[in-house]
Design a binder for this molecule. Sequence first.
Ligand code: FE
Ligand code: FE
Ligand code: ZN
Length: 276
Amino acid sequence: MLNIGCHLSISKGFEHIGKEAMSIGANTFQFFTRNPQGGKAKDVDINDVHKYNTFAAQNRFAKIVAHAPYTLNPCSDNPQTVEFAQMVFADDLQRMELVPHNYYNFHPGSHVGQGAEKGISMIIDLLNKILRQEQTTTVLLETMSGKGSEVGRSFEELAEIINGVKLKQKLGVCMDTCHVFAAGYDIVNNLDGVMTEFNQVIGLERLKAVHLNDSLMPFASHKDRHAKIGEGEIGEKALVRFVNHDAVKNLPIILETPNDLVGYADEIKLMKAKCL
Ligand code: FE
Ligand code: FE
Ligand code: ZN
């Protein structure tokens, strides 16, 4: 069975988001741990979290994905931004233990002109500071399109980060179909080749989740603009093939397409119908 859901707002709590997900045919979802622009996290209502954990177990939810704020940048040239990233990351991971054994996805960062090597070493530093042996959360590095000075635009860059981290067993990768396509990985004409390359460079055992998006921008454009399924340059056929791939079909698949709830329900229905 396909594990599929979409990005939803957690502003009304965990139980609410779980029920909302189920109402659109999802058995997983993604949420921002706090305002995507950063800022303070809402206090967690323990009672709500307990209700969610029971609900998720009863309804056989797959692993869910928390998404770090976009402003989190471990490789900024501003020491205050780096310190903020560390604080947010550590705080989010601590709160994630209330919903144990799930995923925390983040954009590796932007090196803002310091160079990819410097950026990579700063991301490694952050991960070595905040990962804990006892945490149950797996931290996911998201594949990036390579806009601006983004780190994580190639499998090699992600592999370098993973290789520098001591607690590697706490790390995985979330592949965003829009981002990899825009980064120059041809998942339309050479899906097997891309997956083979991922396996050789990173290892497919690290692939833990997928962001399923079409891309408004062309192949290898290094631009990050999501489109609805079938309304972009990747196309419905290639996305269906992607989700049916052996390396993908059992992972949590999260839609981040520009949709309201009805639109998400339609895309979930479509993917479920085409992926057996
Ligand atoms: Fe993202
Ligand atoms: Fe994404
Ligand atoms: Zn994106």
